[in-house]
Design a protein around this ligand. Structure first.
Ligand SMILES: [Zn+2]
Length: 242
C-alpha cells in the first residue's frame, strides 16, 4: 500500500499541473470570448448608428423630391398665369403660388435641419468606425498571442496526460477511482502526508492509534476530518529502507 500511495502522490503532482493548466486555459478562453462579445456589441452599436444615418438620409431625399415637385407646381401655375386674363382667377392662382412658396420655405428649413443632423450622425459613425478599427487591430495582435498560449497549454496538457497514463497504469483501478473522487471534491488535494501527527491537508491532529496504522501503511487510511488519503513521508529522505 505504501508504494501505491507514493505513486498516487506522484500522480497527484501531475494532476495538479493539469488542473492548473486547464484553469489557465479556461481563463484565456474566457478572455477571448469576452473580447469577442465586446467587439460584437460595438459592431451592433455601429450598425444602429448607420441605420439612424440612413433613415435621416432617406427623409432628406424625400423632402428634396417634395421640394422639386412643389417648385414644379409653382412654375406650372406661373405659366398658366400668362395665359389668363380674368383678374379673379389670376388672384386665386397667385394665392396658390404664395401658399406653395410658404410651404417650400418650411420644407427648406426642415432640409437644412436634416442636413445638419446628417453631418452629426455621419461624424459619429466615422468616430465609431475608427474606434472599432483600432480595437480590432489591437485585438488581432493580442488574440494571436492568446491563441498561441492556448495551443502551448494544450500541448503541455497532452504531454502531462501521457505521463499520467503511464503512472496510472501502475495503480490499482479502485484506488484511482477513490483518489479521483477526493481530488475533485477537495480542491485538487487528495493525498497528503502526515507530519508530526498533523494532517497536511486540513492541519488537524491525527489520533495516535491511526498514526501507527499509517506508519504500518498496510491499508488505505483517510484523515478523520478532511477524508483525504494519508501517508507517511519521512521528513529527511533516507536510504535506510532500501
Ligand atoms: Zn485532514
Amino acid at each position: 500500500m505504501r508504494e501505491q500511495i507514493e505513486i498516487l502522490a506522484t500522480l497527484q503532482e501531475v494532476d495538479r499541473g493539469i488542473k492548473e493548466k486547464s484553469g489557465a486555459r479556461g481563463a484565456l478562453l474566457a478572455e477571448l470570448q469576452k473580447k469577442q462579445e465586446e467587439i460584437q456589441a460595438r459592431n451592433s452599436e455601429m450598425t444602429a448608428l448607420r441605420g439612424e444615418w440612413e433613415g435621416k438620409e432617406k427623409a432628406r431625399r424625400e423632402k428634396e423630391l417634395q421640394l422639386q415637385d412643389e417648385n414644379k407646381k409653382a412654375t406650372d401655375k406661373r405659366m398658366r398665369m400668362t395665359r389668363i386674363k380674368n383678374i379673379k382667377e389670376l388672384q386665386a392662382l397667385q394665392r396658390e403660388i404664395d401658399q406653395i412658396k410658404q410651404g417650400n420655405s418650411q420644407l427648406e428649413e426642415e432640409l437644412i435641419k436634416l442636413m445638419e443632423e446628417l453631418e452629426v450622425s455621419a461624424a459619429s459613425v466615422r468616430a465609431k468606425e475608427e474606434e472599432l478599427k483600432q480595437l480590432e487591430d489591437a485585438w488581432k495582435e493580442k488574440r494571436g498571442g492568446i491563441e498561441a498560449e492556448v495551443a502551448g497549454i494544450d500541448k503541455a496538457v497532452a504531454d502531462a496526460s501521457a505521463v499520467r497514463q503511464s503512472i496510472a497504469a501502475r495503480l490499482n483501478r479502485e484506488l484511482i477511482g477513490r483518489y479521483e473522487l477526493i481530488f475533485s471534491r477537495r480542491g485538487g488535494t487528495a493525498v497528503v502526508s502526515v507530519a508530526e501527527g498533523i494532517c497536511q491537508g486540513c492541519f488537524m491532529n491525527i489520533p495516535p492509534q491511526l498514526w501507527n496504522e499509517i506508519i504500518r501503511s498496510d491499508k488505505l487510511i483517510l484523515c478523520p476530518s478532511c477524508h483525504r488519503i494519508l501517508y507517511h513521508k519521512p521528513a529527511v529522505p533516507s536510504d535506510k529502507h532500501l
